[in-house]
Design a protein around this ligand. Structure first.
Ligand code: PEP
Ligand code: CO
Length: 460
């Protein structure tokens, strides 16, 4: 389970670590599993199943992210807030991949930087919650924690944590990853199909037409290269893309059971995804989640909210990347529009001055969520773009590289976030609001965002 890429030992901790060492630390946001024995049986089942990814892939992603850390590439991390057992189909996976490929084309073509493509996909089944319970009228039930744990229906039986869901999540992740590998390596991601990624409801919009123009220029460039005698068939990078998987490593029983030791290097790798991250609610420096991430060799992410101090962030860098391996650690800021100009510079300076080679990415979604007058959780496209503009401006002022974006989106024509070029209004939210958790950008809004980010990158 090894291969080329980043050096072995990227995640090897300085103190004794093993895949279960998180168990001696406080683990927040874990469900109360009603039946310990049933959980143990599930852990044994998962531990015997094949890995979803292997160490060599995780190291190759670390190497790609090192390019981002050095300011030579850009990270696009995108996908559902929460994947769903109910909304699972080949078409949904294909359409999500289409919009991410379109965004990558917009970014690469307009800004001229390679894009590292990482999905929030094939494992994003568990959610941290602000409140452990949910109340509707006089009834209070356990909160929905993602389909890996319980069901979203507001019903006591549905909300009971069921560990067999961990196995179901593994199998859905395996099927999803299999299709993603087939699409990205088997012809669908071929640059000659750049037009085919433009879904009908996107193509008819202003962003879709802007994308079409780029696609035409790419066609022309390919014809030009062929006419010059370049053997396009032989250029693998024109026919395949690397598409990586990631999710929040929240339910540590699942992550531990899928953690294996690389027989060649001795590295531990969490084989549930190429990249994993800890959320804003689980990044306690002495907590179980940070302990777990500190010992696996996968590239890891850490969300950073507006309350994080420079000392907090430095401590996380030391704990998660003591060997200062570029690409190992991505810090994903999620402050909310209007809060970066003051709060972000001290963090950037502290990390830079300490010599930590992190990737800085912006999650412009989670600091901009609010509940609409009609009770729908939503986000304004304008707030999302404002946070991105502030992110780029602060990085430019500090001389650091705004390395990436982390967004929640779907390939479907949903009405979950407000605004965008084809404006979605509060009245529209009920029309196609299908998310299992947070509101996502639809494919048009996603492409719109990519063009906006490409312009910001050009000004960088
Ligand atoms: C998420 O990414 O879905 C999430 C819950 O984010 P955060 O931890 O930043 O709140
Ligand atoms: Co979310």
């Amino acid at each position: 389970m090894t291969g080329p890429g980043a050096p072995a030992g990227a995640g090897r901790p300085l103190s004794p670590w093993h895949a279960a060492s998180w168990r001696s630390r406080p683990a927040v946001q874990q469900p109360e599993w009603p039946d310990e024995e049933a959980l143990k049986r599930v852990e044994a089942t998962l531990a015997a199943l094949p890995p979803l990814v292997v160490a060599g892939e995780a190291r190759r992603l670390t190497a790609s992210l090192a390019e981002v850390a050095h300011g030579r590439a850009f990270l696009l991390q995108a996908g559902d807030c929460a994947e769903s057992f109910a909304e699972f189909s080949a078409n949904a996976i294909r359409d999500k991949l289409k919009v991410i490929l379109q965004m990558a084309v917009a970014l690469t073509y307009a800004a001229g930087v390679p894009v590292v493509k990482v999905g929030r996909i094939a494992g994003q089944f568990a959610k941290p919650r602000s409140s452990p319970t949910e109340r509707v009228g006089d009834t209070e039930l356990d909160a929905f924690r993602g389909h890996m744990v319980n069901d979203d229906a507001f019903d006591p039986e549905a909300r009971r944590p069921d560990p067999t869901r961990l196995v179901a999540a593994y199998h859905q992740s395996a099927a999803t990853l299999n299709l993603l590998r087939a699409f990205t390596k088997g012809g669908f991601a071929d640059l000659s199909l750049v037009h085919a990624w433009n879904q009908e409801f996107v193509a008819s919009s202003a962003e879709g037409r802007r994308y079409e123009r780029i696609a035409n220029e790419i066609d022309r460039a390919l014809r030009f290269m062929a006419a010059c005698g370049i053997d396009l068939e032989a250029e693998a990078s024109l026919h395949q893309v690397d598409f990586w998987t990631s999710h929040e490593a929240l339910i540590l029983n699942y992550e531990e059971a899928l953690t294996r030791q690389d027989s060649l290097t001795g590295d531990w790798v969490d084989c549930s995804a190429h990249m994993i991250w800890v959320g804003e609610r689980t990044r306690q420096i002495d907590g179980a989640h940070v302990e777990f991430l500190s010992g696996v060799c996968n590239p890891v992410g850490c969300k950073v909210g507006p309350r994080a101090t420079p000392d907090d962030v430095l401590a996380l860098c030391e704990r998660l990347n003591p060997r200062r391996v570029p690409g190992r650690l991505t810090l994903i800021t999620r402050f909310g529009a209007g809060r970066l100009t003051e709060a972000l510079p001290p963090l950037l300076r502290a990390v830079r001055d300490a010599g930590h080679p992190v990737v800085w990415a912006c999650d412009p979604m989670h600091g901009n969520t609010f509940v609409s007058d009609r009770g729908r959780k939503t986000r304004r496209f304008d707030d999302i773009m404002t946070e991105l503009r502030e992110f780029f401006a602060v990085h430019r002022a500090e001389g650091t590289w705004p390395g990436g974006v982390h967004v929640e989106l779907t390939g479907d024509d949903v009405t979950e976030c407000l605004g965008g070029a084809e404006e979605i209004l509060e009245d529209h939210l009920d029309q196609r609001y299908t998310t299992a958790c947070d509101p996502r950008l639809n494919a048009r809004q996603s492409l719109d965002l990519a063009f906006g980010v490409a312009e910001l990158l050009q000004g960088q």
